[in-house]
Design a protein around this ligand. Sequence first.
Ligand code: MRU
Length: 355
Amino acid sequence: MEELINIRLGDQGDSLILIDQTKLPGELVYIEIKTREELFDAITKLKVRGAPAIGIAAAYGYYLCALKDIGEPDFFRRMDDAERYLASARPTAVNLTWALSRMRQALKRSALLPREEIPAILLAEANAILEEDIASNLKISEYGLSLLNEGNGVLTHCNAGPLATSRYGTALGPLLLAVERGVDIKVFADETRPLLQGARLTAFELQRAGADVTLICDDMAAEVMKEGKVNAVFVGCDRAAANGDAANKIGSLGLAVMAKHFGIPFYMFAPLSTVDMETKSGKDIRIEQRDPGEVTELMFPQRMAPEGVKVYNPAFDVVDHELIAGIVTEEGIIRAPFEENFKAAFERKKAREEK
Ligand code: MRU
């Protein structure tokens, strides 16, 4: 099966090539991004989406801005502007600001070097962010698979697969690994209204890989759980707070409440780049509010709701840490007490990297 590369540099090295995820599953369209405005548009319109993927795209975007402005007398001020601008594209997934801040630190470290050496240093940092995400996803996939047994059913929501990351995915990683190893896992994919990432992207990625995937409407999840078809819920994560509260696609909180009712473990999947120790609890996570038109108009040529009806369209919700059995990271499965165990995971990672 041909691997889909969702983010890569263009052949001339001065543009970014992204899969336009809004066109899937109908069409596989690659778009070329040359300016920061085009990248901002791609992130806000979810052409590139998923917490790790927007971080990686922004890192390369920062590099492209440096390439363009390197000769300008106010180069460093322009780079600060570019960072602020790109960081404002979406507020909830911390990977966006995390990746941009790593790029800023790389720029700072090279501030005294001859100007012409700076772009290569920034490109190396963006490549490192991408490579580290690939390595983390491989580990996350192994830890996730260790939670399952042959014949299990897993329910997932939104899309935390290869398209949402660098490669392999987080919550979908173990399910793809199961296919590779011939382990029988039955996946139920929520369609994920309003933008249908589950139907359009998760069903597409799992079906393409040969997984046993069944698409359900969001409101069918409780029934599927009650019928005993679900042994675990696996979802991604956009930002985990220090106390373990964790934001993910709207609908995740409801699934966690239902899973508790039915005694099903609810796992979230997040590289440590998605864990934000500066955010104390879920109350401090800013939830993106999106266009009401996504609820009233998107799916049919005709409106789906009466003109002028009030709409509430939060793109994410926060799962209380008490409802989370564990957060699967590249440093293992973090369980309560989350703050203490996150700190230990960051220390293990640092020690490993310094070796
Ligand atoms: O609005 P989206 O499609 O960017 O939301 C994506 C999610 O909620 C994912 O579950 C999350 O970013 C984790 S992706 C590995």
